[in-house]
Design a protein around this ligand. Sequence first.
Ligand code: G3I
Length: 387
Amino acid sequence: MASEITRREGMALLAGCGLAGLGLIASGDGARAAAAPSIDAVARKGKRRFGSAFGWSPPGADAGSFANPAYAALLERECGVLVPENELKWQALRPDAASFAFDRVDAMLDYAMRQGMAVRGHTLLWHRPKWMPAWAESHDFGSTPATEAERLLTTHIETVMRHCGPRIASWDVVNEAVDPETGGLIEIALSRAMGGAQQSIDLAFHTARAHAPAAELVYNDFMSWGAGSATHRTGVLRLLEGFRARGVPVDTLGIQSHLVTNGPDIAATVARQESDWRAFLDAVVAMGYRLIITELDVRDTGLAAPFAVRDPLVADYTRAYLDIMLGYPQLGDVLVWGMCDKYSWLDGFDPRDDGKPRRGCCYDPDFRATPMRAAIAAAFAGRLGES
Ligand code: G3I
């Protein structure tokens, strides 16, 4: 028997039982989810992986963390790859210009290794002043600012990649450097000191490649298929073309995929957005870039409040999106930005107009599987005939 199922499927089965043991199975969807193969297991049959963001917390805290048994059960049940939601960012790692705080990341990496899960790195340079530590935005770059800025950036990247080593094989090297309003590049203090964003972005990728020649290097951003994202898409294409022209080592475009519905007529919304989105993806893969979905979730905007009404619409929107994306052989992993509505960033960042909690994840606040979970699994399963 043991040789017939993989270790992970075994873990998934155990986790399924664990979920029941933790009394987390209430609705039919949950029972079906627990009985069903994990999303990652279905994804792997199509030579992809499924995963999620996760966090650090003290043991047993009510948080989206590996140290919360209820949340860990979801990760172990469904995921094959994880990404720290916050703990690898400059704001978390760099209390000041001289020191690094790896304790939380180390605990998260140890957990993932124990579970036999892969880990993605997010992010070596979030190219926005708001998300850089205050000290970095007010740093004194001295009489030779470019030299000091290059030292600060390369030291950060080398130290973080050396510390994490082969435990992280895919990195969001640069995150969100394109201004959605203008399509131009966003400056930070480091880049201004270096002579411009193009210099800091290129140096980040060259440094990462030099330090981890085998790692997947990703430019990650939130340009989307949504109305109003055309300028952002154009700016990202221009950045990707520039990388090729200058020989900057970038392997993959990270597509965050924070989807936003636009009213209940899902088919009409998809029809409005699909062709421009395919044109964008076609242009990206034509330049030889791979694709990865790094932060999938759904803002159920414009959908009526009753769960029975909006949950299936969220699922339909997710399925329509994944049916397009999974049609690209260049697409690798698919990660969601958290497994459970209870711990999602969505309500804090962009609450619904009616004040009702958003339902944009695979599990609801009571850890019951949502129709979105089934839609993601079905999208992967729907591709198996092709591979
Ligand atoms: O850890 C500190 C804690 O010590 C302090 O007491 C608390 C109160 O200020 O803040 C905590 O830091 C918060 C951190 O999340 C950890 O919870 C930051 O204030 C808060 O801004 C941060 O929000 C994160 C945000 O990125 C900014 O880093 C969200 O959780 C995270 O979901 C979000 O993720 C981003 C991706 O990195 C990039 N793409 C978009 C995505 C959503 O915005």
